[in-house]
Ligand binder design. Structure first.
Ligand code: GLN
Length: 253
C-alpha cells in the first residue's frame, strides 16, 4: 500500500530516483515487491516534492493518475536536479477518494510528509483525537483521508516547535493507541534531515558516500541497501542514520 522514498545528498536528477533504476518508483507503482495488508498496484496517483536549493522552499508536483502514464512529468524529472527529495506513489485505501489532493507529499512551511499505511477503524477510531486539532486545520484538510489527518497531527506538533522525530513518535503513539492495528509508516523531511517510522510496512536505507536514501523498496541491487526493522524511528541526514526503537514497537496498548 503506497510506496515512498526520501533522498538527501548531492543533487541528482529526479529521474535517477523515479525512473532510471531497475526498481525505481515507477516500477514500484506497477510491480511492487513488498506490499503488505492489501493493495496490488500503486496507480491512484503520484507526488514528488523537491528542494531546488538548500534552505529554499520545496516545489511539489502531484497527479491523480499512475506515475507510468505521465510522460510529460518523466521529461521534467530528467532535467530537474535536487539534493532533497520526497516522492510517493499511492494505492488508495478502500473507501478513500482518488483525488490529487489526497496524494503525498503533503507540504507546509518547508516540510514534506508522506504516509504509507492505514488508520484502522477510520474515521471513527480517531474522531476524538482529530477533535483536539484547531478547527481551522480540520476545515482546511486537503482531503478526507487518514494520511491527511496524520499530516495535520504531525504539523500541529511541528508548529509548536516539537522536533520532527518527536512529532512522528507522538503521532504514531497516540494514533496507535486510538486505532490499534494501524499501519503507520510516516516520512518527513525539511530537505536537510529526514525522519521516518516503520509500523507495519517495509522500509530500506541506503547510505552511499554523502547520500542517504530511505525507500519502501530498494531501487536497485546495490549491496548497501539494508532493511530497517519494524517498530522503529529513523532519523537520517547525509552524515547520520539513527534507528531507534519506538515505544512498545509503535503498537501501544
Ligand atoms: N491510507 C492512505 C491513502 O488512502 C495511504 C494508502 C497506502 O499506504 N496505500 O491514501
Amino acid at each position: 500500500m503506497c510506496r515512498h522514498l526520501a533522498y538527501l545528498g548531492p543533487p541528482v536528477r529526479l529521474s535517477e530516483l523515479l525512473f532510471d533504476p531497475p526498481h525505481a518508483l515507477v516500477r514500484q507503482s506497477w510491480a511492487p515487491r513488498e506490499m503488505r495488508g492489501g493493495g496490488t498496484v500503486n496507480a491512484d496517483g503520484f507526488g514528488v516534492g523537491w528542494y531546488p536549493a538548500p534552505g529554499a522552499p520545496p516545489a511539489r508536483f502531484r497527479r491523480d493518475r499512475p506515475l507510468w502514464s505521465d510522460s510529460g512529468f518523466a521529461q521534467l524529472a530528467s532535467v530537474t536536479m535536487s539534493g532533497g527529495v520526497l516522492a510517493a506513489v499511492r494505492s488508495a485505501t478502500v473507501g478513500m477518494p482518488v483525488v490529487e489532493s489526497a496524494v503525498a507529499p503533503f507540504t507546509d512551511a518547508g516540510w514534506l510528509f508522506s504516509h504509507n499505511g492505514v488508520i484502522a477503524g477510520w474515521p471513527d477510531s480517531v474522531t476524538r483525537l482529530a477533535g483536539r486539532l484547531p478547527v481551522r486545520d480540520l476545515l482546511t484538510m486537503e482531503a478526507p483521508t487518514d494520511s491527511a489527518l496524520l499530516w495535520a497531527l504531525v504539523r500541529d506538533r511541528l508548529r509548536a516547535n516539537v522536533s520532527p522525530a518527536t512529532a512522528l513518535v507522538e503521532t504514531v503513539t497516540e494514533v496507535g493507541r486510538a486505532a490499534p492495528g494501524s499501519r503507520l509508516n510516516l516520512l518527513l523531511t525539511d530537505g536537510v534531515t529526514a525522519a521516518a517510522t516503520t509500523v507495519g510496512h517495509s522500509l530500506w536505507a541506503r547510505r552511499d558516500g554523502a547520500a542517504i536514501l530511505l525507500s519502501s523498496e530498494p531501487l536497485d541491487g546495490h549491496p548497501a541497501w539494508a532493511p530497517l526493522p519494524d517498530g522503529q524511528l529513523i532519523v537520517a541526514s547525509t552524515a547520520t542514520l539513527d534507528v531507534i526503537a519506538l515505544p512498545n514497537g509503535g503498537r501501544p496498548e
